[in-house]
Design a protein around this ligand. Sequence first.
Ligand SMILES: Cc1cc2nc3c(=O)[nH]c(=O)nc-3n(C[C@H](O)[C@H](O)[C@H](O)COP(=O)(O)O)c2cc1C
Length: 159
Amino acid sequence: MNGVDFRNALGRFATGVCLISVADARSGALALTANSFSSVSLEPPLVLWSIQNGSECFREYTECTSFGISVLCADQQELSNHYAGKANHAVREDDFEMNSAGVPLLKRAAASFSCTLWALHEAGDHHIIVGQVVEHRVSNEAPLVFQGGAYRQLALAAD
Ligand SMILES: Cc1cc2nc3c(=O)[nH]c(=O)nc-3n(C[C@H](O)[C@H](O)[C@H](O)COP(=O)(O)O)c2cc1C
């Protein structure tokens, strides 16, 4: 299979952009940009995302007991670029706050989910991380969109 064609085909699928965050005893609070987030189950409430096996944060995310997912707002492209950078995963204190479960979540987000680790599955060059949502928050802010390798804005029709 041609890898470039495969990536281009996958990129046709528009997604939101999230920061996945974790508080690790050794490394401290970390965040990583991800667009592999997806809903899985309503009862119990489950979501997933996938992490590259080669990520410098692989241990922290696969050995955690809880983690956070913050869905970025349309004007938070800078946060997405920052936490996608190599060695840029330590959370900036201005961006995040800890919830009562000790999970770092973005102070401002289109939505956020506090999760406990439900399952971990090997899947090729990634691992799929399934989380059980124990708490969520939602705002009315427009989300950031990623499609075709670029950030996009939703053209929101009036309700
Ligand atoms: C829009 C976007 C979506 C991304 N989605 C994922 C993802 O779902 N899983 C993942 O492991 N990395 C994803 N990345 C890459 C990571 O954010 C980060 O760049 C990569 O993990 C850097 O390597 P490191 O983890 O070794 O620092 C994404 C990057 C961008 C810009």
